[in-house]
Write a protein that binds this ligand. Structure first.
Ligand code: NCN
Ligand code: DMD
Length: 357
C-alpha cells in the first residue's frame, strides 16, 4: 500500500453515535455530566468504535527511536550515545516506559527506525518486541542540509504505519499509544511545531533534557536558521518532515495513521509525539478525531501544539520524559471512561429519581 492510499482511506468517526453517546451520558445515574472530561472521552470512544458499549481489549505502545544530525549543534544536555543506550534499556525492560507498560498491561513494541546503533551484539535479555527497520543511520544536520529526502520522509512514515498495522492485528490492539526516543529530537519537534502552528520559535522551544539558558538561546537560533534556509511549506507535511524532521517523528506519524486507518484511538505522548500528530493532521485533518492527548508536557511549546490540534490533555504532571510515558500513564483514565459509559445504569434501569429542574 502507498501512503496516499492510506491517507485517502481514513474516514471520520461516527457522528451519529457521538450524538447518541451524549444522550446516553445524560441518562446515566449521576448528576448531569458529573464526570466532566471523562464523559467527553467516553463519547469520543463510542464515536471511534461506532458503539455505545466501548470496551478496551488490548493496549499497545509503540516507541520509535532514531538519531539526529542536528545533535552536533550542541542542543541537548546528553551525548548522542544515549539514544542507543536507552533503546537497550527498553529492550531489557528496565526503562520508565517498561515499568508503566507492565503496570497497565500494555504490549510494548520498540523500533529502531534510524539510530546510529550497531545491533550486531544485540542483548539476549529481550523483554520487549524489538524491530530494526532503519531508514538510515541518523538524519542530516538540518542547519546545513535537508534532514532527509522526500523519499526517506515517506519511507519513515510507512515504516511506522507497517509496524503498527501489523501489531494492531496480531495482538488485537484496540488502544495504542505513541512514544519516542532520540537525543536532540526536541529541536526537530519544536522546529516542526513552529513551522506548522506558525508561532514564534521562541514560544515553541524549550530546554528538552534540561539544557542551560545559553544553550537554549543557541537552540532557538539553530531552529530559526533551519526554517529560514529551507522554508518548509507548512501545508505539506512531507516537505516539513524531510527538511526539519526526524525518522522517529515520521514513524510516529505512521503509527497514528495506522490507528486512524484501523479505527482505533491513539494516545499521543509529549512534544515529540505531538509534532508527529501535527504532521498526521496535515496529511489528513480527520486523524485528529482519533487522537487523545495523554498529558501536557512540561516542555515549552507543547501547549500551543495541542491548542492547534484542539486537543485537551488528560494529565498534567509536569512530566517531560517522552518514551510514551505520559500516554501510557493516561490509559487507565481512558479505560475508566469506556467502563463507565458501558456499565453504569440509566435512571430508568436503576429506578433512580431524575433531577427536578
Ligand atoms: O515528550 C516530551 O515532551 C519530551 C520533552 C523533553 C525531552 N524528551 C525526551 O528527551 C530526548 C530529547 O531531548 P533533547 O534535549 O536531547 O532534545 C528524547 O529522547 C525525548 O524523548 C521528551
Ligand atoms: C536518560 C534519558 C532517558 C530518556 N528517555 C527519553 N528520553 C531520554 C533522554 C535521556 C537523557
Amino acid at each position: 500500500m502507498e501512503l496516499k492510499d492510506i491517507v485517502y482511506n481514513i474516514t471520520p468517526i461516527n457522528d451519529d453515535v457521538l450524538e447518541k453517546a451524549k444522550e446516553k451520558t445524560s441518562r446515566l445515574i449521576m448528576p448531569y455530566r458529573a464526570l466532566g472530561y471523562v464523559n467527553d472521552i467516553a463519547e469520543k470512544l463510542c464515536a471511534i468504535y461506532s458503539t455505545l458499549e466501548p470496551k478496551i481489549e488490548n493496549k499497545g505502545v509503540f516507541v520509535m527511536a532514531a538519531d539526529h544530525g542536528v545533535a552536533e549543534e550542541n542542543v541537548s544536555a546528553y551525548p548522542q550515545e544515549v539514544t542507543c543506550e536507552m533503546i537497550k534499556a527498553f529492550i531489557e525492560g528496565v526503562a520508565t516506559i517498561n515499568a508503566l507498560a507492565r503496570l497497565n498491561n500494555c504490549f510494548t513494541i520498540v523500533a529502531d527506525v534510524g539510530s546510529l546503533c550497531d545491533w550486531k551484539n544485540i542483548s539476549n535479555l529481550q523483554k520487549s518486541t524489538f524491530i530494526v527497520n532503519k531508514v538510515k543511520n541518523g538524519t542530516n544536520n538540518f542547519t546545513k542540509q535537508y534532514a532527509m529526502t522526500r523519499k526517506e520522509a515517506i519511507q519513515s512514515i510507512m515504516i511506522g504505519f507497517d509496524i503498527a498495522n501489523k501489531y494492531i492485528h496480531s495482538e488485537k490492539l484496540n488502544l495504542i499509544a505513541t512514544g519516542d526516543m532520540g537525543i536532540s529530537n526536541t529541536t526537530a519537534a519544536s522546529a516542526i511545531g513552529a513551522c506548522i502552528t506558525k508561532n514564534e520559535v521562541e514560544l515553541m522551544t524549550g530546554q528538552g533534557t534540561l539544557i542551560t539558558d545559553e544553550m537554549l538561546k543557541n537552540k532557538v537560533l539553530i531552529i530559526k536558521k533551519a526554517i529560514n534556509l529551507h522554508k518548509p511549506d507548512p501545508d505539506d507535511a512531507i516537505d516539513v518532515l524531510s527538511k526539519i524532521g526526524g525518522f522517529e517523528i515520521g514513524a510516529i506519524a505512521g503509527v497514528i495513521l495506522a490507528a486512524c486507518y484501523n479505527k482505533i484511538p491513539v494516545v499521543i505522548d509529549g512534544l515529540i509525539s505531538t509534532s508527529a500528530a501535527l504532521l498526521a493532521y496535515k496529511l489528513n485533518p480527520v486523524t485528529k478525531q482519533y487522537m487523545f492527548a495523554g498529558h501536557l508536557s512540561k516542555e515549552k511549546g507543547h501547549n500551543l501544539m495541542l491548542s492547534y490540534l484542539d486537543l485537551k490533555p488528560i494529565l498534567q504532571l509536569d512530566m517531560r520524559l517522552g518514551e510514551g510515558s505520559g500516554a501510557v500513564l493516561s490509559m487507565p483514565i481512558i479505560e475508566a471512561a469506556a467502563k463507565i459509559i458501558t456499565e453504569v445504569a440509566t435512571f430508568e434501569q436503576a429506578q433512580v429519581s431524575k433531577s427536578n429542574l
